[in-house]
Design a protein around this ligand. Structure first.
Ligand code: EPU
Length: 306
């Protein structure tokens, strides 16, 4: 049982088709989330991003709730069917434009591919992000970071569709408020594009750093398994992974979900795990850390409930 209203709305479904969008009823969010969990939902995939404004207006008019799903690499959707509709902006071939040190990128672009495309144009400054999975938009929302780089540091402005007003705005970086794994965007804001300012650097040097970061990631994180990256944020000055590891929790399992033996702040879906399995493991980690250190862990992964 996903969105019954939309399924029966032949007029809107006809409009959706006219906007170059694909309506996909009854998809499994598990197929769109890197953790491989999540219940059934209706999806609308927009090939032409300009359709977002009229589509959002039409959904609002009908009282149909919606949410954007990006790369799906930092989310934990519950197992139950979702009544809201999910919109997805499809990436296209011409997602990146470069002018001098300024790079304009569509939010739907893959972050990793963007980093290497910039490198090929002798632009660096985001080397550490090369191996971070997901889309540019998702990286902006979370202020993704790794190996000393956070994307917020190179952002000049972001073009965003405001869910609350239904209008598109361009925000300069000083109006975004990037913090550690946090930005000030509202949950119903949809990132459309970003302008970055990078540093001129020879391709070979950039690639050396990218290789080093990727090698470090491969040896210290379970990159080949289904996960959502780190599950909890790091408390100031500490590594949650090390705290969990030191308490001997690596390898603990609930159903098909396991605390990774490679990095203890990763929960991996090893054997048809459900979201419920993952929640149970998260509770276990939280309780153990609270008892041992009096620290209340904060989730990094974004939990999607109905
Ligand atoms: N460590 C352990 N055991 C573990 C994990 C880590 O002893 O199971 C130790 C490591 O040996 C190292 C220290 O803890 O001495 C720090 O580990 P690491 O370099 O892996 O960094 P982290 O703080 O655990 C953070 C980010 C990662 C990012 C890495 C590399 C958070 C929550 N995590 O991890 O980001 O990739 O640094 O820069 O900020 C993510 O955001 O999803 C993520 C994975």
């Amino acid at each position: 049982m996903s969105n019954v209203t939309l399924r029966n709305d032949t007029e809107l479904l006809r409009q959706i088709a006219g906007w170059q969008a694909d309506y996909k009823p009854g998809e499994r969010l598990a197929d769109y989330a890197s953790l491989g969990v999540g219940g059934e939902a209706d999806l609308i995939v927009l090939r032409d991003h300009a359709a977002l404004e009229p589509l959002a207006a039409a959904l609002r008019e009908r009282g149909i709730a919606w949410q954007l799903i990006g790369g799906g690499t930092n989310i934990l959707p519950v197992d139950e069917p979702f009544t809201r509709v999910f919109l997805h902006l499809a990436p296209s071939k011409n997602d990146v434009t470069i002018e001098g040190r300024n790079v304009s990128v569509s939010a739907a672009a893959s972050l990793g591919r963007t980093v290497t495309y910039c490198a090929k144009n002798n632009l660096g400054g985001i080397e550490g992000l090369a191996g971070v999975p997901g889309s540019v938009g998702g990286a902006l929302r979370m202020n993704a970071g790794a190996y000393g780089t956070q994307i917020g540091a190179v952002v000049r402005s972001v073009t965003v569709f405001r869910g609350v007003s239904g209008k598109i705005e361009e925000l300069t970086a000083d109006r975004i408020g990037f913090q550690y794994r946090h930005s000030s965007f509202a949950p119903d804001d949809v990132m459309l594009a970003v302008r970055l300012e990078l540093n001129e650097r020879p391709f070979a040097e950039i690639m050396e750093d990218i290789k080093r970061c990727n090698e470090k990631r491969r040896t210290s994180q379970p990159v080949k398994e289904k996960s959502a990256g780190c599950i909890f944020k790091n408390p100031p000055g500490l590594s949650t992974g090390k705290l969990i590891d030191d308490l001997g929790l690596k390898g603990f399992r609930e159903g098909g979900a396991v605390i990774s033996e490679r990095h203890a702040n990763f929960i991996v879906n090893r054997d048809h795990a459900t979201a419920a399995d993952i929640f149970r493991l998260m509770d276990r980690i939280r309780d153990t850390i609270r008892k041992a250190h009096g620290i209340e862990l904060e989730e990094e992964v974004i939990v999607w409930k109905n």
